[in-house]
Design a protein around this ligand. Structure first.
Ligand code: ADP
Ligand code: MG
Length: 245
């Protein structure tokens, strides 16, 4: 296991008006680790991910990406976001573009890759997510699970070093959840550094290296999955686990 720190969060605070949503968050994520972020709705999980991808601006604290303290005013945020890919609950594919056009958009525009090269890369990615036969169809012809796998391929097309997932299976019909989780597990097995907000406790237990339990904007417990599920330390964790059983 690598000890390289990919993400380091120090004393991160974030408020929306009077609502203190993230309260002194400290967390580090090492290379190839899969961290599953769990907790009740409203506890600040999405806000934390959005701060990590700099879609949301922190009030104070530090966020280091691969050792670099990221200061939005002075950093090229496109370059930083290229290193930190994100997949959302809703796939946000461009409806008027085919699958492959969706995937090559960012590499050609942001990474300035030639169209031929981007297409070749996109085909590899489609193979990886099991959708090589869907390159030329429009998103409306895909199931939710297929759309989400395209969204994953699209994020990977930027060659990120870190992938963030915000409840990637929550909008899916139950029978489509497994295929997306399988794709994510494959990515984890290949050594991708991942932070995954999820309600899929089976996935968290099987794939995560660490579980982070958040409640009301604070990290209450951080533990190895086995410890977390078998032997939770905090009363609030025990209460939370009852609600997921
Ligand atoms: P979770 O992802 O754990 O459900 P969120 O991070 O989405 O939690 O939200 C945490 C809290 O912050 C909630 O009370 C939510 O209503 C509030 N919140 C999130 N985004 C905004 C926003 N843009 N403006 C105001 N309040 C927000
Ligand atoms: Mg959320």
């Amino acid at each position: 296991m690598s000890e390289r720190e990919m993400i380091r969060i120090e004393h991160l605070n974030k408020s929306f008006g009077d609502l203190h949503v993230l309260k002194d968050i400290n967390l580090s994520v090492h290379e190839s680790d899969v961290v599953c972020l769990v907790g009740a709705s409203g506890s600040g999980k999405s806000t934390l991910l959005r701060c990590l991808n700099f879609l949301e601006r922190k009030d104070n604290g530090n966020i280091f990406i691969q050792g670099e303290n990221i200061i939005p005013k002075t950093h090229d945020m496109n370059e930083v976001r290229q290193r930190v890919g994100m997949v959302f609950q809703h796939f946000n594919l461009f409806p008027h573009k085919t699958v492959i056009e969706n995937i090559i958009e960012a590499p050609t525009v942001v990474r300035k890759v030639s169209k031929d090269e981007a297409i070749a890369e996109a085909k590899e990615l489609l193979k990886k997510v099991g959708l090589e036969d869907k390159a030329d169809v429009y998103p409306s012809k895909l199931s939710g699970g297929q759309k989400q796998r395209v969204a994953i391929a699209r994020a990977l097309a930027m060659k990120p070093d870190i992938m963030l997932f915000d409840e990637p299976t929550s909008a899916l019909d139950p029978e489509l959840v497994g295929e997306v989780l399988a794709t994510m597990k494959e990515l984890a097995d290949e050594g991708m550094t991942m932070v995954v907000v999820t309600h899929e406790m089976g996935f968290a237990r099987e794939v995560a290296d660490w579980i982070v339990y958040m409640n009301e904007g604070q990290i209450i417990e951080l533990d190895r999955p086995e410890e977390f599920f078998e032997n939770p330390k905090e009363e609030r964790t025990k209460e939370f686990l009852k609600t997921t059983a």
